[in-house]
Design a protein around this ligand. Structure first.
Ligand code: ZN
Length: 234
């Protein structure tokens, strides 16, 4: 009988926990806690995002490819790299693309003091604003997408969107060819997808070549491209 009672207790606690967690997620809003992986829409629209720049000549080359197909993308850039290549930020803006904040020093933001997180966000926002970014609220993507309770909470307090992705191009894997990168994206996107690629952090010539293939193929399949803010407005 004792086992039966224990089992009953266990089940009751499990059910109570399940409802408590679902309620908590509903109250705090799902996206504020976990970030946006994609937009919940039916139209064939995707957002390509690039992390870790600005990093010449690859950021510049990506801008040329995007221009050639008349599509816009979103660049989540690192503060330290913006300081090294400030001239690239106005180029990204002038061509109608969006800029996002990818921290100042690209250090892991998990389990770090609140002050560190705030300064990583504020320093890069300041650089972007000084260089002409005019967005009401600059979105944020943490290094490697790593975040835990405090960071999402701070971002929601600052009315900043936490942007993740649902399609990882894996363009950082050295063994992947441009075709591998492109096919991974082409095969996995769906309506509302957010794709992550990289314009900085090393030789990105394969990312540049893959972008050309991705945009050309997806356009032929009827997809349109939007910046992250435009995508999430729907
Ligand atoms: Zn990164």
């Amino acid at each position: 009988m004792r086992i039966g009672k224990n089992l009953q207790k266990f089940l009751l606690v499990t059910i109570a926990l399940f409802f408590a967690v679902s309620l908590l997620i509903r109250v705090t809003k799902f996206h504020n806690v976990l970030g946006f992986n994609r937009a919940d829409i039916r139209e064939k629209v995707v957002a390509i995002t690039y992390d870790d720049g600005p990093y010449p000549p690859y950021t510049n080359q990506l801008l040329d490819v995007l221009d050639r197909y008349q599509v816009k993308a979103t660049f989540f850039e690192i503060g330290r790299n913006i300081e090294k290549h400030p001239e690239i930020v106005p180029m990204i803006i002038a061509r109608g693309n969006e800029l996002g904040n990818h921290s100042y020093s690209h250090k892991d933001m998990m389990f770090k003091p609140r002050e560190f997180l705030l300064s990583e966000i504020a320093k890069t926002d300041k650089l972007l604003l000084e260089l002409g970014v005019k967005q009401d609220s600059i979105s944020f993507r943490p290094p490697w997408g790593r975040r835990f309770v405090v960071l999402p909470y701070l971002l929601s307090q600052m009315h900043k969107k936490l942007i993740m992705w649902d399609v990882d191009s894996q363009d950082y894997e050295k063994t992947h060819s441009a075709e591998d990168i492109a096919n991974r994206v082409i095969d996995n996107v769906r309506s509302g997808s957010i794709v992550v690629m990289h314009d900085g952090g090393g030789d990105r010539s394969k990312t540049v070549a893959a972008t050309d293939m991705i945009v050309k193929t997806l356009q032929s399949k009827g997809y349109a491209f939007k910046t992250v803010s435009e995508l999430l407005k729907n």
